[in-house]
Each structure stands twice: as C-alpha cells, then as structure tokens.
Design a protein around this ligand. Sequence first.
Ligand SMILES: [Zn+2]
Length: 273
Amino acid sequence: MNKLKALFFSLFIFACSSSVFAEPPAQLSGEMIQAGVIFGKTDPSYLITLDDKKIDVSPDGNFVFAFGRDAEKNHVIRIKSADGSKSFRKKLSLKDGNWDVQKIDGLPERKVNPSEEDAKAIKHEFSVIAQQRDIISENDFYKEGFVIPVKGRVSGVFGSQRILNGQPKSPHAGVDIAAPVGTDVVASGDGIVSLTEKNLFYTGNAIMIDHGQGLQTIYVHLSKIIVKKGQKVKKGQKIGEVGATGRATGPHLHWGASWFETKFNPINLVIDK
Ligand SMILES: [Zn+2]
C-alpha cells in the first residue's frame, strides 16, 4: 500500500513538473545583444532564474537583468510557479556587440600610467563604486523608463577597445556625451542617489543612482553635484553639471550603467522599449 502511494506520488510529481504554462508567463522587453538590458513583467509569485541564477521579482512583478560586453551568446531563462507545478524555459540568443576601437591621445601621462601613490587613490575609487554596485534594493523605480541625461554630441560609444596615448587599455564602460562645462546633467531615471564622490582619480566628481534591483547609473567628470546621497530623484531632474574632472581630455559626461557588477550599455536603457 505504501509502495503504491509512493508510486502515485512520484507520478503526480512527474506530471506536475512536466506541465508548462499555457501562455508565456512573462513579457520581456529590450534588445537581446551583448551589453543589453532586459526588462520583464510577470506574476510576482513566480520564480525566475537566468542561467540558474535567481532573478529578484518586485512586489509588482517587475524584474530586470543585463548582459556584459563580453557576455556568452546563449542563455536560458526559466520561470516556475511558486508551487513548482508549472514551468517555462526559453533560450535567449544575444547579438554580437561589434565593438569599436577608439584611440585617444594627449591624456596626461599620469592618468594613463598611474604612479604608486595614485594607485592607492584608484583602489579607493574602485572600492567605493564597487560597494555601491552590491546594493540590493527591492525598489523597481526603473519601470518609469529612462532618458539620456545630457544634451550633447556622443563623443565615445560603449564597449570600444581603448588605445590611450598609444597603449591598449580596458574597454570603454559607458557612453561619453560632449557638452560645455556647466551644461545641466539630469537623472536618467527615477531612483535614489547612492553615491556622491568628489575628486576621484578617474571619475573626478561622480554621482550614482540606484534604480532598484541591482540597476544603477553613474554620472562622471562633473563640475558640480547638486544632490545628496540618499535623496530620491525623478527622471529628468537636474543632479549636476558637465565638467572635465578626473581622466578627461575635455568637458563631457561619461554615463554608465550597471546591473550588480555587470556593466552594460546605457544607450540600451533608452532604445527599443
Ligand atoms: Zn567615458
């Protein structure tokens, strides 16, 4: 009898685990491309994994994930109902980012090959920024959408391999927008100011905004910061002014975006939504 019960039970489990959702259980928006960002909407009780890594879902059913510049091309998203009775699996194939090569000459030698003394300042800079990227907030401010944070000319695209003063360096991790010193810089989306730092070695004066669930944007080389850490900001609200602080050949905004430690192309926040 017990054996029979066990058999029924295992058949029941098998039947449950093999059933699929009648309709796709989530809507995804965004371009499937290296350094892309994907926004999703689902039932808040569902469990989502991307390549077996759990993705947080907000109480309203929103979620977000992003891919790095050199991300693998093939990924798998799985969605399960809370009781595990229904499941969904989808392969995601990313387009190639086709990254450029960008040569920049005339940078001060010290900003390309830092001294030991400068290395200490750089270590501090990386750690304060990295600490912020680890913040996990349940907020889903990102659902309000994004704008380009400054009016100007794009002078440097995301992902380009950089040759600085003739030396190959790490790829460009943001978008550069050239504009005169003092031009308004606005929050690209709703969020909470998570970092305001001055005089960092590379980034100069910088602001970070937490848009929720690991999604953050950064605003670099500012001449002026007019917000405080912990302040709530709205999309389009002025947060600072363009400058040339840190490692910059001229006034521009370096605009970056990250999902936890993964840096992605911020332009993907404002296109194809
Ligand atoms: Zn830049």
